[in-house]
Design a protein around this ligand. Structure first.
Ligand SMILES: Cc1cc2nc3c(=O)[nH]c(=O)nc-3n(C[C@H](O)[C@H](O)[C@H](O)COP(=O)(O)OP(=O)(O)OC[C@H]3O[C@@H](n4cnc5c(N)ncnc54)[C@H](O)[C@@H]3O)c2cc1C
Length: 389
């Protein structure tokens, strides 16, 4: 019997996969990819399924799962750092646990994010004041059609807020490994201090001022506790965690658009000084140029409505916008088995037996309400496979 996405994704929805191939080492990866590239059939690479909404019809092609494991110290980092090579099939949170146990500093606040290492660069995972982009050195990548990985520097990946060339579709293929540059332990691993705490809620939970450093284990435990309280730590006994995490990204708009919101709307200025975005008239030369041109035009689109020349970017809270368009925690459409999490407005959850279409209907409803109230299109964060919002 074929495997269904409902068994392999944290939203627990989605129909059958025509074919599922699991890869345990580099040799199997080469063999399977040679087959997939030759067949001309559709393909999809699935990690832990924690950021995918797959349709009830399923996927009429090959789904590839990477189960390649390995965390190794390798040379090459700048003085004061240690380079770490990690294969794509490692669980992200196991990697964080390993770095904390061995005293490597830089990803401790990214504790508890579900999924596999290979997917982490796809949306440049981030939480509690840390983001992958600040420690990622490179990825090993097999372009569609190729069985030879090439190394791509992090600076060439267009990493931004929950965004990358992979997510935008400019780089299509398989990430087989990543390399991180982390700060190695100075004394014993348990005495090693974290990065400066850069997120207010985390500082409050730790009972320290922003900028303070505490033990790596304390950051990890506190982040995991904060996540559990919000239903953002996978737990089969908590129905609020049958989700894809945050379903929408926080909108980034022009400061003038942000000013049109009520004063209590949370906002974060992303540019210290207003900048002028220039959209090139000539065709972009590389995927990275094309991506930056695309990103500029997306930001500019919202900004132009109110102020055609100034585009200082402001990030808004999608959760606040949803709540203030009248949708509250626990909300569900009549008769639906999909609901907003009872702990976090940004998570759409499966309350048991929901279909992908029920999740999609709820997502459409949220988008429509926010658009009607504030004029913004919320952008979905998960990969949509055969689903349209
Ligand atoms: C409870 C919960 C909390 C979450 N909290 C956070 C959070 O705090 N911050 C955050 O950023 N995200 C968060 N997420 C989202 C999610 O965990 C991350 O995006 C994670 O990196 C997805 O990993 P995955 O292995 O599950 O990827 P999947 O969901 O399987 O795939 C996601 C995308 O990556 C692609 N992909 C997967 N593996 C590869 C590969 N090897 N090569 C190329 N492409 C690949 C897939 O094709 C797909 O497009 C949360 C999700 C849940 C359910």
């Amino acid at each position: 019997m074929s495997q269904c996405f409902s068994e392999s994704t944290t939203l627990r929805v989605g129909g059958p996969m025509a074919r599922l191939l699991t890869v345990r080492d580099e040799r199997e990866l080469t063999q399977h990819l040679a087959q997939i590239w030759q067949s001309d059939e559709p393909w999809f690479v699935l990690g832990g399924g924690s950021n995918v909404l797959a349709s009830d019809e399923g996927f009429d092609g090959t789904v590839l799962r990477l189960a390649t494991r390995g965390i190794e110290l390798v040379p090459g980092a700048a003085p004061g750092y240690q380079r770490i090579h990690v294969r794509a099939g490692e669980r992200w949170d196991d990697l964080v646990a390993w770095t904390v146990a061995h005293g490597y500093v830089g990803i401790e606040a990214l504790s508890g994010i579900p999924g596999l290492v290979g997917a982490a660069p796809v949306q440049n995972i981030g939480a509690y004041g840390q983001e992958l982009s600040t420690v990622l050195s490179s990825v090993d990548f097999l372009d569609e059609g190729s069985v030879q990985p090439r190394r791509i520097l992090a600076s060439e990946l267009g990493l931004g807020y929950r965004d990358s060339l992979f997510k935008q579709g400019w780089l299509r293929g398989i990430i087989s490994a990543i390399e991180l540059d982390l700060v190695p332990p100075t004394d014993s691993p348990t005495a090693t201090l974290s990065e400066s705490v850069a997120f207010e809620q985390l500082a409050r939970a730790l009972d320290v001022p922003l900028g303070e450093r505490v033990s790596l284990a304390r950051v990890r435990n506190t982040v995991r506790a904060l996540r559990a309280a919000k239903g953002m730590l996978l737990d089969p006994s908590d129905p609020d965690t049958a989700s894809a995490g945050s379903f929408f990204t926080n909108p980034i708009v022009n400061e003038h658009v942000a000013r049109s919101l009520p004063p209590d709307a949370p906002r974060w200025c992303l540019d210290p000084e207003p900048v002028s975005e220039v959209v090139p008239l000539t065709p972009p030369e590389s995927p990275l140029d094309a991506f930056h041109a695309h990103r500029a035009s997306v930001v500019t689109e919202a900004a132009m409505r109110d102020a055609p020349s100034a585009t200082s970017r402001t990030k808004l809270s999608a959760a606040w916008l949803i709540e203030h368009s009248g949708i509250h925690r626990g909300f569900r459409l009549p008769g639906s088995r999909a609901a907003i999490s009872s702990k976090h407005t940004l998570a759409l959850t499966n309350r048991g037996g929901a279909t992908a279409e029920e999740i999609a209907q709820l997502a459409r409803y949220v988008r429509t309400r926010v658009h009607a109230e504030f004029g913004f299109e919320l952008i979905p964060e998960p990969t949509l496979l055969g689903v349209e919002l």
